[in-house]
Design a protein around this ligand. Structure first.
Ligand SMILES: [Zn+2]
Length: 236
Protein backbone atom coordinates (compact mmCIF):
# COMPACT_ATOMS: atom_id res chain seq x y z
CA UNK A 1 0.00 0.00 0.00
CA UNK A 2 1.29 3.47 -0.87
CA UNK A 3 1.92 6.00 1.88
CA UNK A 4 -0.10 8.54 -0.10
CA UNK A 5 -3.12 6.23 -0.19
CA UNK A 6 -2.84 5.66 3.56
CA UNK A 7 -2.68 9.42 4.17
CA UNK A 8 -5.69 10.02 1.96
CA UNK A 9 -7.75 7.37 3.76
CA UNK A 10 -6.75 8.80 7.19
CA UNK A 11 -7.63 12.36 6.16
CA UNK A 12 -11.02 11.35 4.74
CA UNK A 13 -11.78 9.12 7.72
CA UNK A 14 -11.62 12.08 10.16
CA UNK A 15 -14.88 13.85 9.22
CA UNK A 16 -16.69 10.49 8.92
CA UNK A 17 -15.57 9.52 12.40
CA UNK A 18 -16.62 12.90 13.82
CA UNK A 19 -20.05 12.48 12.27
CA UNK A 20 -20.41 9.04 13.89
CA UNK A 21 -19.29 10.43 17.27
CA UNK A 22 -21.81 13.28 16.97
CA UNK A 23 -24.75 11.16 15.88
CA UNK A 24 -24.49 7.62 17.26
CA UNK A 25 -25.09 8.57 20.94
CA UNK A 26 -27.98 10.87 19.98
CA UNK A 27 -29.55 8.19 17.78
CA UNK A 28 -29.65 10.58 14.82
CA UNK A 29 -29.73 9.52 11.17
CA UNK A 30 -26.20 8.88 9.92
CA UNK A 31 -26.67 9.79 6.26
CA UNK A 32 -27.69 13.41 6.56
CA UNK A 33 -25.69 16.54 6.02
CA UNK A 34 -23.81 17.53 9.21
CA UNK A 35 -25.45 20.38 11.07
CA UNK A 36 -24.64 22.64 14.00
CA UNK A 37 -25.74 20.89 17.21
CA UNK A 38 -26.86 24.24 18.68
CA UNK A 39 -28.77 26.06 15.92
CA UNK A 40 -29.40 23.11 13.59
CA UNK A 41 -28.28 24.96 10.44
CA UNK A 42 -26.62 22.62 7.91
CA UNK A 43 -22.87 23.20 7.72
CA UNK A 44 -21.43 24.52 4.47
CA UNK A 45 -19.38 22.22 2.27
CA UNK A 46 -16.20 24.25 2.79
CA UNK A 47 -16.51 24.01 6.60
CA UNK A 48 -16.66 20.21 6.31
CA UNK A 49 -13.20 19.87 4.76
CA UNK A 50 -10.84 18.09 7.17
CA UNK A 51 -8.71 20.55 9.22
CA UNK A 52 -9.00 23.30 6.56
CA UNK A 53 -12.72 23.66 7.27
CA UNK A 54 -12.01 24.11 10.97
CA UNK A 55 -9.31 26.71 10.34
CA UNK A 56 -11.48 28.62 7.88
CA UNK A 57 -14.42 28.84 10.27
CA UNK A 58 -12.12 29.39 13.32
CA UNK A 59 -13.79 26.38 14.96
CA UNK A 60 -17.18 28.08 15.08
CA UNK A 61 -20.60 27.60 13.52
CA UNK A 62 -20.86 30.21 10.77
CA UNK A 63 -24.54 30.71 11.49
CA UNK A 64 -24.80 31.08 15.30
CA UNK A 65 -21.13 31.31 16.33
CA UNK A 66 -21.28 28.31 18.70
CA UNK A 67 -17.92 26.61 19.00
CA UNK A 68 -17.57 23.24 17.29
CA UNK A 69 -16.25 20.45 19.53
CA UNK A 70 -12.43 20.69 19.77
CA UNK A 71 -12.44 16.91 19.49
CA UNK A 72 -13.27 17.29 15.76
CA UNK A 73 -9.94 18.97 15.09
CA UNK A 74 -8.01 16.55 17.33
CA UNK A 75 -9.41 13.61 15.34
CA UNK A 76 -8.90 15.24 11.94
CA UNK A 77 -5.25 15.97 12.81
CA UNK A 78 -4.66 12.81 14.82
CA UNK A 79 -5.79 10.22 12.28
CA UNK A 80 -3.29 11.21 9.53
CA UNK A 81 -0.48 11.27 12.13
CA UNK A 82 -1.46 7.83 13.43
CA UNK A 83 -1.92 6.58 9.86
CA UNK A 84 1.60 7.68 8.89
CA UNK A 85 3.10 6.17 12.05
CA UNK A 86 1.30 2.85 11.44
CA UNK A 87 2.41 2.83 7.81
CA UNK A 88 6.08 3.20 8.76
CA UNK A 89 5.76 0.67 11.57
CA UNK A 90 4.04 -1.90 9.34
CA UNK A 91 6.31 -1.18 6.34
CA UNK A 92 3.30 -0.36 4.18
CA UNK A 93 1.57 -3.76 4.34
CA UNK A 94 -2.19 -3.81 3.72
CA UNK A 95 -2.77 -4.79 7.38
CA UNK A 96 -1.94 -1.20 8.39
CA UNK A 97 -5.33 -0.19 6.97
CA UNK A 98 -7.05 -2.62 9.36
CA UNK A 99 -4.98 -1.21 12.22
CA UNK A 100 -6.02 2.32 11.27
CA UNK A 101 -9.71 1.32 11.29
CA UNK A 102 -9.32 -0.15 14.78
CA UNK A 103 -7.53 3.00 15.99
CA UNK A 104 -10.45 5.02 14.60
CA UNK A 105 -12.90 2.68 16.33
CA UNK A 106 -11.20 3.12 19.70
CA UNK A 107 -11.00 6.91 19.19
CA UNK A 108 -14.77 6.93 18.74
CA UNK A 109 -15.29 4.76 21.84
CA UNK A 110 -13.10 7.12 23.93
CA UNK A 111 -14.70 10.33 22.58
CA UNK A 112 -18.26 9.10 23.13
CA UNK A 113 -17.44 7.88 26.65
CA UNK A 114 -15.78 11.20 27.57
CA UNK A 115 -18.63 13.25 26.10
CA UNK A 116 -21.62 11.15 27.16
CA UNK A 117 -20.31 8.66 29.78
CA UNK A 118 -21.56 5.93 27.48
CA UNK A 119 -20.12 2.90 25.74
CA UNK A 120 -22.78 2.10 23.14
CA UNK A 121 -24.08 -1.44 22.59
CA UNK A 122 -23.98 -0.87 18.82
CA UNK A 123 -20.30 0.02 19.03
CA UNK A 124 -19.32 -2.97 21.18
CA UNK A 125 -21.41 -5.40 19.09
CA UNK A 126 -19.78 -4.11 15.88
CA UNK A 127 -16.31 -4.26 17.47
CA UNK A 128 -16.82 -7.84 18.62
CA UNK A 129 -17.97 -8.97 15.17
CA UNK A 130 -15.07 -7.14 13.51
CA UNK A 131 -12.49 -8.62 15.91
CA UNK A 132 -13.76 -12.17 15.32
CA UNK A 133 -13.96 -11.49 11.57
CA UNK A 134 -10.33 -10.35 11.57
CA UNK A 135 -9.34 -13.53 13.42
CA UNK A 136 -11.27 -15.58 10.83
CA UNK A 137 -9.29 -14.09 7.92
CA UNK A 138 -5.98 -14.83 9.61
CA UNK A 139 -5.00 -11.55 11.32
CA UNK A 140 -4.43 -11.60 15.06
CA UNK A 141 -5.35 -14.60 17.23
CA UNK A 142 -7.17 -17.71 15.97
CA UNK A 143 -10.98 -17.73 16.13
CA UNK A 144 -11.18 -20.01 19.22
CA UNK A 145 -8.60 -17.78 20.98
CA UNK A 146 -10.56 -14.66 20.03
CA UNK A 147 -13.83 -16.11 21.35
CA UNK A 148 -12.16 -17.37 24.55
CA UNK A 149 -10.55 -13.91 24.94
CA UNK A 150 -13.96 -12.25 24.65
CA UNK A 151 -15.48 -14.53 27.31
CA UNK A 152 -12.51 -14.08 29.69
CA UNK A 153 -12.57 -10.29 29.16
CA UNK A 154 -16.28 -10.10 29.91
CA UNK A 155 -16.00 -12.19 33.09
CA UNK A 156 -12.83 -10.39 34.25
CA UNK A 157 -14.50 -6.96 34.37
CA UNK A 158 -17.98 -8.09 35.35
CA UNK A 159 -17.37 -8.24 39.16
CA UNK A 160 -15.37 -4.94 39.29
CA UNK A 161 -18.18 -3.26 37.32
CA UNK A 162 -20.56 -4.04 40.18
CA UNK A 163 -18.19 -2.48 42.73
CA UNK A 164 -16.35 0.42 41.07
CA UNK A 165 -18.22 3.69 40.64
CA UNK A 166 -18.17 4.72 37.01
CA UNK A 167 -17.58 1.28 35.55
CA UNK A 168 -20.70 -0.02 33.84
CA UNK A 169 -21.88 -2.82 31.59
CA UNK A 170 -20.65 -0.89 28.54
CA UNK A 171 -17.10 -1.19 29.89
CA UNK A 172 -17.63 -4.93 30.49
CA UNK A 173 -18.74 -5.37 26.85
CA UNK A 174 -15.74 -3.31 25.72
CA UNK A 175 -13.55 -5.73 27.69
CA UNK A 176 -15.05 -8.53 25.57
CA UNK A 177 -14.10 -6.65 22.36
CA UNK A 178 -10.56 -6.14 23.70
CA UNK A 179 -10.38 -9.85 24.60
CA UNK A 180 -11.46 -10.89 21.10
CA UNK A 181 -8.88 -8.56 19.56
CA UNK A 182 -5.84 -9.63 21.59
CA UNK A 183 -6.94 -13.26 22.20
CA UNK A 184 -7.01 -15.40 25.31
CA UNK A 185 -3.22 -15.25 25.82
CA UNK A 186 -3.07 -11.47 26.26
CA UNK A 187 -6.52 -10.47 27.47
CA UNK A 188 -5.65 -10.52 31.17
CA UNK A 189 -2.51 -8.43 30.60
CA UNK A 190 -4.43 -5.86 28.54
CA UNK A 191 -7.30 -5.53 31.03
CA UNK A 192 -5.08 -5.54 34.15
CA UNK A 193 -3.12 -2.65 32.59
CA UNK A 194 -6.39 -0.88 31.77
CA UNK A 195 -7.70 -1.26 35.32
CA UNK A 196 -4.36 -0.03 36.74
CA UNK A 197 -4.38 3.02 34.46
CA UNK A 198 -8.02 3.61 35.49
CA UNK A 199 -6.98 3.47 39.16
CA UNK A 200 -4.22 6.03 38.62
CA UNK A 201 -6.59 8.33 36.71
CA UNK A 202 -9.28 7.97 39.40
CA UNK A 203 -6.74 8.74 42.17
CA UNK A 204 -5.57 11.82 40.24
CA UNK A 205 -9.15 13.02 39.68
CA UNK A 206 -10.04 12.51 43.35
CA UNK A 207 -6.88 14.13 44.74
CA UNK A 208 -7.17 17.12 42.41
CA UNK A 209 -10.87 17.31 43.38
CA UNK A 210 -12.02 17.11 39.79
CA UNK A 211 -14.52 14.46 40.89
CA UNK A 212 -16.11 13.79 44.31
CA UNK A 213 -15.83 10.51 46.20
CA UNK A 214 -19.09 9.26 44.70
CA UNK A 215 -18.49 10.85 41.31
CA UNK A 216 -18.10 8.76 38.19
CA UNK A 217 -15.41 8.85 35.54
CA UNK A 218 -15.23 7.52 32.00
CA UNK A 219 -13.50 4.16 32.17
CA UNK A 220 -13.19 3.29 28.46
CA UNK A 221 -10.14 5.57 27.85
CA UNK A 222 -8.10 3.67 30.47
CA UNK A 223 -9.11 0.29 29.01
CA UNK A 224 -8.12 1.52 25.55
CA UNK A 225 -4.68 2.56 26.88
CA UNK A 226 -4.29 -1.00 28.21
CA UNK A 227 -5.11 -2.66 24.90
CA UNK A 228 -2.94 -0.17 22.98
CA UNK A 229 0.11 -1.00 25.15
CA UNK A 230 -0.40 -4.70 24.42
CA UNK A 231 -1.09 -4.31 20.70
CA UNK A 232 1.91 -2.03 20.23
CA UNK A 233 4.04 -4.66 21.96
CA UNK A 234 5.10 -2.25 24.74
CA UNK A 235 3.90 -4.78 27.33
CA UNK A 236 3.55 -8.49 26.60
ZN1 LIG B 1 -24.96 27.03 14.90
Amino acid sequence: MLLLAMMLVSVLLGPVLNLLIDRLPRRQALFQRPECSICGVARSTSSLLPVAGWLRSHGRCQSCGASLPRRSLIIELGLPLVGTALWYRGAGGTHVLLQLLFVAYFMAIVAIDLEHRLVLNRMTAAGLLAAIGIAAVGFGPSVPEAIAGAVIGFLFLWIPSLLLPGMGMGDVKLAAVIGALVGSSYVLTALTLGVLVGGVVAAFLLLSRRIGRRGSMAYAPSLVVGVALVLLGVVR
